[in-house]
Ligand binder design. Structure first.
Ligand code: NAI
Ligand SMILES: O=C(O)/C=C/C=C(\O)C(=O)O
Length: 481
């Protein structure tokens, strides 16, 4: 059986403890590889390798760093088919989605930061008349930690690593133990691209041990994390006494507000995507759908029809557009929300059941599910399910829609469907979220700040914000005669 090994100081290694985890293919419900399970001893080795590599890497010219990152992007493109298939098998997502989104975006992340770093610089302030010049440097921090989740494995792993490396840091990174395969494959790509030994160290294993050892390490000075809000809170508590820099990209319970004056067909097809893409396992999915009363019944009927037309199936089949959930535990968590919904008096309009896919009966499949709820305070509307479950509610005024949208502890993203400019502007300003999409969804320009408010996180990724995060400013004040 294939073994997923750590990548430390340019070498592939098992854990010092020789412990292994099972890696499941969620579409088949079967173990298909073994994952080295790190503890603090392995993290310490990775840290030491990264520390040793830092002086040279941080002094490597920007052109050279950029060239290596571009080479990584090119090699991702060259290995496109292999990576997409591996991502689909490891995660359960349709191969078509891995090909259209995950792998192209991973290459784009490296390409974007290879270019961005050539445009990133410190600042100078001349205090005229005082013979004083201030120069502000953005210096690499040192060894930084990057921890990523299972839903968009290579996409989010590379989203952190690329800016960290571009800015001159060395990295100890950990992908999710649920989907480690493409990060393992990336190690080989980085080596082939000429990334020096020790600059990127990839550790595998459980969050509570391997992840915790990275977060608690006193000399790993910054942590960039994407995952659940509870884990983010734990990381914030662990790192606060050490004053680490933290970027936390956490959960969402995003509203999708649909007004009668919208472009209906575009709204309907995009709403199916924003509800069920990646089986609803994207922190940006619009899981609370609020519809203006004038079009509620029509929308409900059309949305149910479109949702029922999704083809649930084996992720590697080209006709599949809805695959398996990522793990048995996650399947059970999602299913438990249907019981909660029933107890809360919600009406199941579509789905709500586990599915057996022919020849893959042990896989973790769940129907795309639409619930109709009456009360915005119900758990279905307040808790992050992170699966293919959305709720519908109607509203009758702009004020009510805004109130419903903002009544949550999360604040990651929101989508508003309307052709009324005044309303678009009002909602853009008054919705409590880090990202607002008007008449679109998951429309990404990598230069823009990405992140949430309230319990959706801290800080912004993307663009120069990530390069600011992965550097420390130092101001130098010079006087002269
Ligand atoms: N992007 C998002 O918004 C995501 C949200 N979630 C939410 O979180 C729930 C739990 O999913 P999990 O996979 O358990 O997410 P998680 O937050 O536990 O895992 C994300 C990453 O953090 C690591 N991790 C876990 N505990 C850690 C610790 N103490 N210190 C350092 N690293 C740690 C994990 O190994 C993984 O690499 C999901 O059901 C979903 O609601 C999960 C994944 C992504
Ligand atoms: O950067 C993006 O385009 C999307 C990021 C998505 C997540 O962070 C997530 O689903 O966790």
């Amino acid at each position: 059986m294939q073994k997923i090994l750590h990548f430390i100081n340019g070498e592939f290694k098992a854990s010092i403890s020789k412990q292994w985890l099972d890696n499941y293919n969620p579409a088949e419900g079967k173990v298909y590889s073994k994952i080295a399970d790190a503890d603090e001893q392995d993290v310490e080795l990775a840290y030491k390798a990264a520390k040793k590599a830092f002086p040279n890497w941080s002094k490597t010219t920007i052109d050279k760093r950029s060239e290596i990152l571009l080479k990584i992007a090119d090699l991702i493109d060259e290995n496109f088919e292999k990576l997409a298939k591996a991502e689909s098998i490891d995660n359960g997502k349709p191969l078509s989605l891995a090909k259209a989104v995950d792998i192209p975006r991973a290459a784009a992340n490296f390409r974007f930061y290879a270019k961005a770093i050539t445009q990133f610089s410190g600042k100078a302030y001349e205090s005229q008349g005082l013979n004083t010049q201030n120069i502000t440097l953005n210096q690499a921090i040192g060894v930084v930690g990057c921890i990523s989740p299972w839903n968009l494995p290579l996409y989010l792993f590379s989203w952190k690593i690329a800016p960290a490396l571009a800015a001159g840091n060395t990295v100890v990174a950990k992908p999710s133990e649920i989907t480690p395969m493409t990060a393992f494959m990336l190690a080989d790509i980085c080596q082939k691209a000429g990334l020096p030994d020790g600059v990127l160290n990839i550790i595998h294993g459980r969050g509570q041990s391997a992840g915790q050892a990275i977060v608690a390490h006193p000399d790993i000075k910054a942590i960039s994390f994407t995952g659940g809000t509870a884990t983010g809170q734990h990381i914030a508590k662990t790192t606060a006494p050490m004053f680490k820099k933290l970027s936390l990209e956490l959960g969402g319970k995003n509203p999708n507000l649909i007004f009668a004056d919208c472009d209906y067909d575009k709204m309907l097809s995009t709403t199916v995507k924003s509800s069920f893409a990646n089986q609803g396992q994207i922190c940006l999915c619009g899981s609370r759908i609020y519809v203006e009363d004038k079009i509620y019944d029509k929308f409900k009927k059309d949305f149910i029809t479109k949702t029922k037309a999704l083809k649930i199936g084996y992720p590697l089949d080209s006709s599949t557009n809805f695959g398996a959930l990522v793990s048995k535990e996650h399947l059970e968590k999602v299913a438990s929300y249907i019981d909660i919904a029933k107890q809360e008096g919600a009406k199941i309009l579509a789905g709500g059941q586990k599915v057996k896919v022919k020849n893959y009966e042990k896989g973790y499949y769940f129907e795309p599910t639409i619930l109709e709820v009456q009360n915005n305070q119900c758990r279905i509307n307040q808790e992050e399910i992170f699966g293919p479950v959305v709720s519908l509610m109607k509203f009758s005024s702009d004020d009510e829609a805004l109130q419903l949208a903002n009544e949550t502890k999360y604040g990651l993203s929101a989508t508003v469907w309307t052709n009324n400019l005044n309303r678009s502007m009002r909602f853009s300003k008054e919705i409590n979220a880090g990202i607002v999409w008007i008449n679109t969804w998951l429309n990404r320009d990598l230069r823009t700040p990405f992140g949430g408010v309230k319990q959706s996180g801290l800080g912004r990724e993307g663009g120069f914000d990530a390069l600011e995060f992965f550097t420390e400013q130092k101001n130098i004040c010079i006087t002269y005669e």
